[in-house]
Design a protein around this ligand. Structure first.
Ligand code: PEP
Ligand code: MG
Length: 755
């Protein structure tokens, strides 16, 4: 007798037999019966049964069987989670048991006549990572199925899932009752990554492989395609690693892990096996991917979960190589809402921005690459939506409500109507702000407030003119590094800085030197795991420890300035010594350029960001060394309140509109006024009207904010009486309350109407 499982691996593979059976035509049920018969025979199993999930109650119904009583077909039903089959469905993972009746979840169904069967192997039919049914084989004698058999049955289940979905196996009438994809409206609560509202159709960043692309006719050709793609991937990763030599001392830990996986024999062998069994190269990648997910996805260990991310990324890269170009630019429908587990650097930028309305992420954080880019592109984004990918199918209507940090999947018409109305209101407001574009921002009592824009990518430059901002108050240079696959060299940096200065024309641009570390990690830069990254090796600390990196950047800035004025600012200065050393580096680079006959900036301003509380009590020493300062309230608040800004459990616990925060800000403003040091606020709070109102009341006259904030804040400034605001807010500084937000809101309403 043939060893169990060999049939699928032999010449006439199981998949081939199934395909031949299907080609013979006949009614759907007869074909389905034939398929379970073929599987039973090939697996040398006495029973093979297929259960599908019913849409109505989510019950699992027996759709076909070889070996159990045929009268049970379309009669036996299991509730979700009931019995072994329900358990497989719930977990989305195979169950391999030598003695099924011993299992606590075993549920005996007399109508099926299954008494004598002991060995049991069941696998889920997965579509887009979601179980839509279960395929089971059983044997009379107690035995454990081999790993190869489990693998074989999973491949068959994957193919069956797609065949069912495409209507090849189940009649159209039956298909209506089967839950192939989630249908109920869902409302998920997540975190706001980028503000705004959107209504559109779901586009999956990692779409499931189309059924037509699952099975191959020509194994040799598929093997060759796979080989070429894997070789391409390996070369790409090797090059990424080699590209890093020189500039910095990188440990390459992350890329090394990629390289290790890419060259991993086990991974390659699994892919080759799947192709040899009749799958296309793409289907093989999906197959191996779902196995990794099943294995590592349940892992609690953060290290293992990280590795799963690496593998996911590697699989995506391999699919791109199979698509032929290493890029994934896809045609988008109008009003696309992109759905992804998480996005890697640059992924978002590969999509057509004019059609992308919103972004929903299952994971990520507000400080993740995708979120940062989404904010820069003004694309509403909600993240940390558990189970998102399993609950949404390509083409589903979806709503991104970043105002309430929610996602609606297949929303009911009344929800759509309500959201449309809110979208219209936002659009009207935008149109009003656009009208204010050229109006200078003076308060009613004649105080000028400079409204500047935060930027970091060249896409932001298109918006600069539209917003009516008077310049760029914070250019986050690390964004270029974060969206690149490898360290941008001096000329690439200089090119970007030059473009920014060209686009800004006569308007000032403040370039902040690299603010990496903390939550901003680069795959190609040494990043030792730290217990407290926010308090760790980041920003200017990294720059001073790696002076070559900082020097290259300063050189690129001087080169790009070509004799124009230049403003440079250092992040997270925590001591005067740090600023002194950093400033000396700038002076050194200017002298170096001059020695080589290159033009020095016509005017050079070097500033510090006030983000570390320590310097608040040393401003008398720091300010005279600086040409200007800018308050980074995002970090300043995190350090003042000892609350990680990237951790949603604590980040919103404290209100910047509270006496301690406002007193700190007032102290900074007063010290700057006394020494005549220009000061701005460039944290996110500067872009929110009520917070901006408070900053104006405290005496700040320059605010730098995300582009979308400029209009609303200008409207606030135009209707604000600064003197009255100042009086009201200074009285609140003495309050004993934890937050004075409500009081400030009342005050603001008294002074002007549009908060
Ligand atoms: C800040 O901390 O307020 C700031 C503007 O810098 P970033 O958000 O980039 O840390
Ligand atoms: Mg900061």
């Amino acid at each position: 007798m043939a060893a169990p499982g060999v049939a699928i691996r032999g010449q006439r593979s199981l998949l081939k037999q199934i395909r031949e059976a299907l080609a013979s035509g006949g009614p759907a049920q007869a074909r389905l019966d034939m398929v379970v018969r073929i599987i039973a025979r090939s697996m040398v199993a006495e029973v093979c049964s297929l259960y599908m999930r019913r849409a109505a109650a989510g019950d699992l119904e027996l759709f076909a069987t070889e070996g159990l009583d045929p009268k049970a077909v379309h009669v036996t039903r299991l509730k979700p989670g009931e019995g072994l089959v329900g358990e497989i469905m719930r977990q989305g993972r195979p169950l391999n048991l030598a003695d099924a009746p011993e299992h606590p979840a075993f549920s005996y169904r007399p109508e099926t006549g299954e008494d004598p069967y002991h060995a049991f192997l069941g696998v889920p039919l997965l579509r887009g990572g979601r179980a839509i049914g279960v395929l089971v084989v059983q044997n009379r004698t107690a035995r454990v199925y081999t790993e190869d058999e489990v693998e074989d049955l999973q491949i068959v289940a994957m193919v069956l899932a797609e065949m069912v979905a495409s209507g090849e196996l189940i009649s159209q009438d039956e298909l209506k009752g089967v839950e192939l994809a989630p249908r109920r409206p869902e409302r998920l609560k997540g975190s706001r990554f980028a503000d705004g509202l959107a209504y559109g159709v779901a586009v999956l960043h990692e779409p499931p492989v189309a059924p037509s692309q699952l099975l191959s006719d020509d194994v040799a050709a598929e093997e060759a395609r796979l080989k070429t793609a894997v070789a391409g991937l390996q070369t790409q990763i090797d090059q990424m690693l080699e590209g890093q030599a020189g500039l910095i001392e990188a440990s390459f830990e992350v890329l090394e892990t990629y390289r290790m996986f890419a060259h991993d024999r086990g991974w390659n062998r699994s892919l080759e096996d799947a192709v040899r069994n009749g799958l296309t190269a793409e289907a093989a990648v999906e197959r191996v991917r779902s196995e990794h997910r099943a294995r590592l996805g349940q892992a609690r260990d953060p290290y293992l979960r990280e590795r799963l991310h690496d593998l996911e990324d590697l699989n995506d890269r391999l699919l791109r190589h199979l698509a032929g170009d290493g890029h994934m630019a896809r045609e988008l429908p109008e009003n696309a809402v992109l759905i992804a587990r998480n996005l890697g650097p640059a992924d978002l930028l590969e999509y057509d921005r004019t059609k992308l309305r919103g972004l929903l992420l299952e994971e990520g954080s507000a400080a993740s690459h995708a979120a940062i880019v989404a904010r820069a592109l003004d694309i509403p984004c909600v993240g940390r939506l558990p189970g998102l990918r399993d609950l949404v199918s390509e083409g589903d209507p979806v709503i991104v409500d970043a105002e309430t940090a929610e996602a609606y999947l297949r929303p009911r018409p009344d929800v759509v109507k309500a959201i449309q109305a809110r979208i219209d209101v936002r659009a009207q407001r935008r149109a009003e702000f656009a009208k204010l574009r050229d109006t200078p921002a003076f308060t009613r009592d004649g105080a000028k407030v400079s409204l500047l824009m935060n930027a970091g990518l060249d896409v932001d430059l298109d918006i600069l003119g539209e917003t009516g901002a008077e310049g760029i108050g914070l250019f986050r240079t690390e964004f270029q590094f974060m969206v690149a696959e490898e360290m941008p060299r001096l000329d690439a940096q200089a090119t970007l800085y030059g473009r920014v200065m060209d686009a800004a024309g006569d308007m000032p641009v403040t370039f902040r030197t690299l603010d990496l570390g903390g939550d901003k990690v680069l795959p190609y830069l040494e990043a030792e795991r730290e217990d407290n990254p926010a308090l760790g090796w980041r920003a200017i600390r990294m720059g001073l420890d790696r002076p070559a990196l900082l020097r290259v950047q300063i050189r690129a800035l001087i080169t790009a300035a070509k004799g124009r004025p230049l403003r440079i600012m250092f992040p997270l200065v925590a001591s005067v010594e740090e600023f002194r050393t950093a400033r000396a580096l700038v002076d050194h680079e200017v002298a170096w350029a001059q020695r080589r006959g290159r033009p020095a900036p016509s005017r050079l301003d070097v500033g510090a960001m006030i983000e570390a509380p320590s310097v608040i009590w040393h401003l008398d020493a720091l300010l005279p060394m600086t040409d200007f300062v800018s308050v980074g309230t995002n970090d300043l608040m995190q350090y003042l309140f000892a609350a990680d800004r990237g951790n949603p459990r604590v980040s919103d616990r404290y209100d910047p509109l509270s006496p301690p925060a406002l007193r700190a800000l007032e102290q900074i403003q007063r010290a700057c006024a006394e020494t005549g040091t220009p000061v701005s606020v460039c944290g996110e709070m500067a872009g929110r009207p009520l917070e901006a109102f408070t900053l104006v009341a405290l005496g700040f006259e320059a605010l730098s904010m995300p582009p979308a904030g400029v209009g609303p804040v200008k409207r606030m400034v135009l209707s604000c009486d600064r003197e009255a605001a100042r009086r009201g807010v200074s009285a609140l500084l003495k309050s004993g309350a934890g937050s004075v937000r409500n009081e400030i809101e009342t005050l603001a309403r008294k002074i002007y109407l549009a908060v």
